[in-house]
Design a binder for this molecule. Structure first.
Ligand code: C5P
Length: 294
């Protein structure tokens, strides 16, 4: 068998709303999140050749591990183990563009892209549903990233309903310098009394009615309440700047630290990004990305 190489795009995600409903018996938390994938993506190159089950991973960022801590590596391992494939070697090369440790699901999306790519190369015929099940063994955000688009996620974050696309808009995204440990933020949240929750139902209605303003003004993330005062101050400033620059709504995504604003048009988002880049070293513009089709 000759070496076969394919490319997959790994789209980032934003949480339009994020609620944590409580702690579960298995140690995870019960989530309710509106997820949206975005055009900002990593490039994942996967090569498969005859071999004895070796997996190799590399990225263009020196600080990302090339071991099982790399979710692309972990996804390949899960794929090969679950499908009992022992006679192939897999090499994964990831060009990172989605900000790292930002709450944008970059690692989870790389994992999902590896699963989609291996399914394609090896002609294993898995459905999106099958691939979501494999992705759930890699991490809680990975199942959403298999298909992307717009979805309401619940349970551990791995169960969801695919929704119609959100109204046309663009995102300006800033990534403050600090990064937050996901397990640490979950446990901090356990000791915080939440004074406000997202209006998830209202946001669903706004999306259904194509009401961009109604959707954007409901963007809300309960994790912001668990940040340290200094981190919260940075996030508040980023949100304030985005709104002053014309965002209809702004929020932190996931466990942070990236903060996004929703704009009517891409040119408005680019104008905001230009201003924000005076203060924030990492700034991006992205469009909503549609769900992949089978
Ligand atoms: O599933 P994943 O590996 O992405 O989760 C990382 C950590 O985040 C878990 O070990 C857990 O501490 C926390 N988590 C949680 N509840 C969830 C998802 C993640 O407590 N629904």
């Amino acid at each position: 068998m000759l070496t076969q190489t394919i490319r997959e795009k790994a789209y980032g995600k934003l949480n339009l709303s994020l609620d944590v409903l409580g702690k579960r018996d298995d140690g995870y938390h019960e989530m309710l999140m509106l997820m949206q994938s975005v055009s900002l993506c990593d490039e994942v190159i996967i090569s498969v050749s005859e071999g004895d089950g070796k997996i190799g991973a590399s990225t263009n960022k020196a600080y990302i591990p090339n071991t099982e801590k790399n979710l692309g590596f972990k996804a390949a391992k899960v794929f090969m183990t679950e499908l009992n494939i022992k006679n192939r070697d897999v090499t994964i090369s990831i060009k990172k563009r989605v900000p790292v440790c930002a709450g944008m699901g970059g690692g989870s999306s790389d994992a999902a892209a590896v699963i989609r790519g291996l399914n394609r190369v090896m002609k294993t015929g898995l459905s999106f549903e099958d691939m979501r099940t494999l992705a759930g063994k890699v991490g809680s955000d990975a199942p959403f990233c298999v298909q992307g688009g717009t979805a309401l996620a619940s349970g551990r974050g791995t169960e969801f309903t695919v929704l119609e696309p959100i109204p046309s808009c663009a995102f300006a995204i800033v990534k403050p310098r600090f990064s937050i440990s996901t397990p640490a933020l979950f446990s901090k949240l356990d000791s915080v009394k939440l004074r406000a929750r997202p209006d998830t139902e209202g946001m669903l209605v706004a999306i259904r009615e194509g009401d961009l303003y109604g959707m954007a003004r409901r963007c809300f993330n309960v994790f912001e309440a668990a940040l340290s005062p200094r981190e919260r101050d940075t996030v508040e400033k980023a949100k304030g700047s985005l709104v002053n620059l014309g965002a209809l709504g702004a929020s932190m995504t996931g466990t942070g630290s990236a903060v996004y604003g929703i704009f009517r048009t891409e040119s408005e988002a680019y104008a905001a990004e230009k201003e924000l880049s005076r203060v924030f070293r990492e700034c991006y513009v992205a469009r909503p990305a549609p769900a992949l089709t089978e």
